[in-house]
Design a protein around this ligand. Structure first.
Ligand code: ATP
Length: 257
């Protein structure tokens, strides 16, 4: 597929032709310089944007809009402030054919999974950023999507909370595997969480590198200091630097001539 945005100020080609597939139980991180089209790719898979050419399929069915086979977690906490934590998760289950009791219990089960059961009656304003993101993850997982799309979900958190969230996500994912596409700017986070890291070239984004991360699971806090992690980090840093350098060279050439 490709994607070109057309606005009043002109046309922006966000994605060059991209042809990629993801396995049902694979955790993939997507890295790339700012503006290379990472969010665009995720939004197209989510059905929030349409590709300009080409198409997307989930489990053999063409995507034509958002659906419950795909859950999404954004960087900015997207909980409803007027609903309690429990109600926020139940809201995601509102259209599913289940009794009120079952909806309540399923919401509670997923809050338990992310350690937020005790805050079920709280409102989002009473929670820290990390806690809100845990609720957002519980909400996205509660309807058991095949694909979980995460757009810099920990980008607004401090380093320590972020590390805690990475460990939590690793544990949850290792227990309930599904296809995850995880956009991040953080190379260490990408390696630590993923089976596979895709590096995108600068805009219009294309796939520059597709790297398998062969670090054994289960992963934990020790993974962060492993020699393997450092090896992958160095390789990815080099790939990202090449893109940033190319962007600078192109900008200088444009200024010069
Ligand atoms: N709704 C939109 N309308 C017009 N142009 C857009 C729209 N969304 C994104 N773009 C443009 O498409 C390009 C890719 O944007 P996108 O947000 O996908 O990049 P990104 O890699 O996620 O960036 P960042 O890492 O900074 O979040 C950018 O040039 C951006 O300005």
């Amino acid at each position: 597929m490709t994607k070109t945005y057309t606005t009043r100020s002109g046309r922006t080609q966000a994605l060059s032709p991209i042809n990629v597939s993801f396995r049902p139980d694979e955790f993939t991180a997507i890295l790339g310089t700012s503006g290379c089209g990472k969010s665009t790719l995720l939004h197209i898979v989510a059905g929030l944007e349409q590709p300009s050419t080409g198409h997307i399929e989930v489990n053999g069915t063409a995507v034509s809009g958002p659906g419950r086979d795909r859950g999404m977690v954004f960087q900015n906490y997207t909980l409803f402030p007027w609903l309690t934590v429990q109600q926020n998760v139940e809201f995601a289950l509102r259209d599913l054919p289940m009794s009120r009791r079952k909806r309540h219990d399923q919401a509670r089960e997923y809050l338990g999974l992310v350690g937020m059961e005790a805050f079920a009656a709280a409102h989002p304003s009473e929670l820290s950023g990390g806690m809100r993101q845990r609720v957002a993850i519980a909400r996205a997982l509660s309807y058991q999507p095949r694909v979980l799309l995460m757009d810099e979900p920990f980008g607004a958190l401090d380093a320590q909370t972020r590390q805690g969230m990475q460990m939590l996500l690793t544990r949850v994912w290792e227990e309930h595997r599904m296809s995850v596409l995880f956009v991040t700017h953080d190379i260490e986070e990408a390696v630590c969480l993923s089976d596979r890291v895709i590096v995108m070239s600068r805009r219009p984004g294309a796939i520059k590198a597709d790297l398998a991360i062969d670090i054994p699971r289960p992963r934990g806090i020790d993974t962060l200091t492993s020699a393997e992690l450092n090896g992958y980090k160095a390789e990815l840093l080099q790939l990202i630097r090449e893109e940033a350098d190319d962007a600078q060279t192109a900008a200088s050439a444009k200024r010069a001539g």
